[in-house]
Design a protein around this ligand. Structure first.
Ligand code: SF4
Length: 514
């Protein structure tokens, strides 16, 4: 058992729903207790789809348990087949149904509906949502796709976009444009928008573009082996990655690496003089592995930030993220426990967090600005406007997203210079985050600071901030003060000093500047 308040991922059958809802002409019969239809809301409310997901639930109740729940499943399967007339179906169990072991696979096999009925084995107590999507898509592809003659003209499948995907809708448009510029047609986009008949013709493409490894890597590997289709390894998020992606596609497809980047504004925006204050901003990244990987590179190489920590919640990609962290010279945090993430952020005291909706809450509590870069996300991250993450326009969108939460250059100076001002005093925080003001006001109380210092001190010695030093500390702009405080205390501890004076503060500053 594990006490959990927030989860980054849902159970694996939600991942299967994301594939089913993304597709057309496919129906999902889910053996599940009454109440599991809550998951419909993820699609009708957060993603704002205008139709119910193509999912029939058996919705068994307590009184059904004494009787034949297996029959409930068979009836649901028949009813769904008659009513929706799908080209193919997927069948499986939710967490509770897994415990009663009715065997949807065996039951579906005895019914002979004349269409492919694909059973899903989703271990709800070991795996999670992203595994559910990946496994479901793989099972569908394996059951339906077959080798076939390639299209006369060079073409690719786009694989991985699913329902409830962070910006998947617009990423498809952007990647399609990148391929078109190189004269490559899109054969099938899947699962998003694909029918089982489309899955059947995936073998005609020359290669696959793996847009989101979390959702389609297993299928990509299967198609490589069984349909002879290579797949791309670069996810085109950020300018550098997009250029690498174009080079990779050109190599795989044997075409010229052409790119029309006339729409790309991000590099100039981040080089222009107003962006100078962004240099060295300390950021912490957390989310799904694909987005963290891509955004770490954007943060360091394209925005000029300093990456002070990074991690992901999906353990399937732990090795990749550890490798990435070692390239960046930081610790990798692989965890699906938001309290651990919160602790890591608190310890590192970054100036900005790039994360999920959970990190937005954490950021709000700690008074640290946060930009959302990965699922899970709230409804506002399914925007009406065009807002991809991939390709050239994606880079433009990312620049704006990463800059908006930060205090602007002029305001940063004003906050620094006029600390006693009624409007620009530093406890007021940035003009656009209400939450920060409150958090800082508490921290600004002298007793609280001392208590905090005492609390953070190790058992063998207590660290006390002398009042002059404390006053001096407050001269440091609030968004870097946490880091300065921690560094000074670390320095003092190393030197065996237990009282921090103004001199200690400046010695520590000089020490870390070296
Ligand atoms: S079956 Fe799973 S998803 Fe449904 S209510 Fe139980 S724990 Fe939640």
């Amino acid at each position: 058992m594990k006490l959990t308040v927030w989860t980054y991922e849902g159970p694996p059958h939600v991942g299967a729903m994301r594939v089913a809802t993304a597709m057309k002409g496919l129906h999902y019969v889910l053996h599940a207790p009454q109440g599991d239809t809550y998951a419909d809301l993820l699609f009708t409310m957060i993603e704002r789809r205008n139709h119910r997901p193509p999912v029939s639930y058996t919705t068994f109740q307590a009184r059904d348990l004494g009787e034949d729940t297996a029959n409930l499943f068979k009836t649901a399967l028949h009813d769904a087949f008659d009513r929706f007339k799908p080209q193919a179906m997927i069948v499986g169990s939710s967490c509770t149904a897994e415990l009663i072991q009715d065997d949807p696979e065996g039951m579906a096999a005895t019914m002979d509906l004349g269409i492919p009925v694909i059973p899903l084995e989703l271990p709800s107590y070991q795996r999670k949502e992203n595994f559910g999507s990946d496994e479901t898509f793989y099972q569908i592809v394996k059951a339906i796709a077959r080798p076939m003659e390639r299209t006369a003209h060079v073409s690719a499948n786009l694989i991985g976009p699913v329902g409830l995907g962070f910006r998947h809708r617009d990423d498809i448009t952007e990647v399609t444009a990148l391929l078109e510029e190189m004269g490559i047609a899109v054969n099938v986009v899947a699962p998003m928008g694909a029918t089982p008949a489309d899955i059947a013709r995936m073998g005609a493409a020359h290669f696959n573009v793996l847009m989101y490894p979390e959702h389609a890597e297993t299928a990509a590997r299967w198609m490589e082996k069984n349909l002879g289709q290579p797949f791309t390894k670069t996810v085109p998020i950020g300018v550098g990655a997009t250029r690498d992606f174009i080079a990779e596609v050109a190599r795989i497809a044997g075409v010229e690496p052409k790119a029309d980047d006339a729409r790309l504004r991000m590099p100039w925006y981040s080089q222009s003089v107003d962006s100078t204050y962004l240099t060295g901003k300390r950021v912490f990244l957390f989310g799904d592995a694909t987005h963290v990987k891509a955004m770490a590179r954007v943060a360091r190489d394209e925005m000029g930030f300093e990456v002070v920590g990074l991690g992901c919640y999906n353990r399937e990609f732990a090795r990749d993220i550890r490798k990435l962290a070692s390239e960046f010279g930081v610790e990798a945090l692989i965890s699906d426990d938001y309290l651990e993430v919160e602790k890591a952020i608190e310890d590192l005291a970054p100036e900005m967090i790039l994360g999920t909706q959970m990190e937005r809450h954490i950021g709000k509590r700690l008074g640290i600005p946060c930009a959302v870069i990965s699922a899970p996300v709230h409804v506002q991250d399914f925007p009406a406007r065009y807002s991809p993450q991939m390709g050239w326009e994606g880079a433009n969108v990312i620049f704006d997203t990463l800059v908006h939460p930060l205090v602007m250059g002029l305001e940063e100076h004003l906050l620094h210079m006029f600390r006693e001002d009624f409007e620009f005093h530093d406890e007021a925080g940035a003009s656009h985050h209400g939450g920060a003001a409150k958090a800082r006001a508490v921290e600004a109380e002298p007793e609280t600071d001392q208590e905090a210092a005492a609390g953070a001190a190790p058992a063998e010695g207590e660290i006390v901030w002398l009042s002059a030093a404390e006053k001096e500390l407050k001269k440091i702009p609030f968004f870097v003060r946490g880091k300065a405080k921690r560094n000074t205390e670390k320095f003092a501890l190393e030197k065996g000093v237990h009282e921090i004076s103004v001199e200690t503060l400046y010695e520590a500053k000089a020490h870390y500047a070296r």
